[in-house]
Design a protein around this ligand. Structure first.
Ligand code: HEC
Length: 254
């Protein structure tokens, strides 16, 4: 019986582990990895990192990338208070109508989603040499191990190696699939001044913004893991019960 439960739980554990350790590497490019607190079996988001990552998004990435699936009020999940969320929302403005039907700009409210930096895709491309900065809300969910890709991309800007001719307006990035990317290096040391006093090295900001974007892509990850664990426990107990019943029945039949 014990052996049976052991092998069953080992199988369950193995299937979860192989899933979460899937490594993203494309065109033979091996990405840099970091310790992601949330990717483990019982992992939860590092709230402090995610809060710093929000600051990086707002002060750097938001100039070009939208986050259109994320409402300000959900930031409370990251440990912000209701008043802090109100203050963050109020720093953006949104077009609205007044009582006479005139178009006005009003301050953001917690129910608003993060504003789009550009009026439309054409405007976004026009400011980015024809390339489109994709929405970042669900980016990290695009493929398993995307955290490592995003982190690598952020720290992967290098001098262009000899013999490579970059097209106009492109930057060399060791981890981008074609190595030529239309996004100029977004991070440089001290690009933000962290409100919690953490030193804002490129690596630190890259890690923090990755944790934040992992959260925007899957804010309910922790509940899902919790539920998964309950289901596994339930199945283990059920399997144990079946085994006991089977033994009892067969004992009587022998
Ligand atoms: C000056 C504008 C600008 C800023 C600021 C900027 N980006 Fe980008 N980003 C772009 C453009 C343009 C692209 C499309 C690049 C391409 O297709 O070559 C892009 C692409 C990306 C991609 C997709 C890469 C891929 O594999 O296709 C990610 C992820 C990304 N940016 C993340 C970020 C993050 C995180 C920040 C903030 C730290 C940021 N960007 C800041 C302009 C910007």
């Amino acid at each position: 019986m014990l052996k049976f439960i052991k092998s069953l739980s080992a199988a369950a554990l193995l299937s979860v582990m192989t899933f979460s350790s899937a490594q993203a590497s494309e065109n033979g490019i091996v990405f840099k990895t970091a310790d992601w607190q949330h990717t483990g079996l019982f992992g939860t988001y590092d709230r402090e990192a995610a809060q710093r990552g929000l600051q990086v998004y707002r002060e750097v990435c938001a100039g070009c990338h939208s986050l259109r699936h994320v409402a300000f009020r959900t930031l409370q999940d990251l440990g912000f208070t209701e008043d802090e969320v109100k203050a963050i929302a109020a720093e953006s403005t949104f077009p609205d109508l007044d009582s006479d039907g005139e178009v006005i700009e009003r301050a953001g409210k917690p129910f608003d989603k993060f504003p789009n930096p550009f009026a439309n895709e054409r405007a976004a491309r026009a400011s980015n040499g024809g390339a489109f900065p994709p929405d970042l809300s669900l980016m990290v969910k695009a493929r398993p191990g995307f955290e490592n890709y995003l982190y690598s991309l952020m720290i992967g800007y290098e001098e262009t190696p000899e013999g490579i001719d970059l097209a106009e307006g492109m930057s060399y990035n060791a981890y981008f699939s074609s190595h030529q990317i239309a996004m100029p290096a977004p991070l440089s040391d001290e690009a933000v001044e962290y409100s919690d006093g953490t030193t804002a090295s490129v690596e630190q900001m890259a890690k923090d913004v990755t944790v934040f974007l992992a959260w925007t892509a899957e804010p309910k990850l922790e509940q899902r893991k919790n539920m998964g664990l309950k289901v596994i426990l339930f199945l283990l107990i059920l399997a144990g019960l079946f085994y006991a019943v089977k033994r009892k029945i067969w004992a009587e039949l022998h």
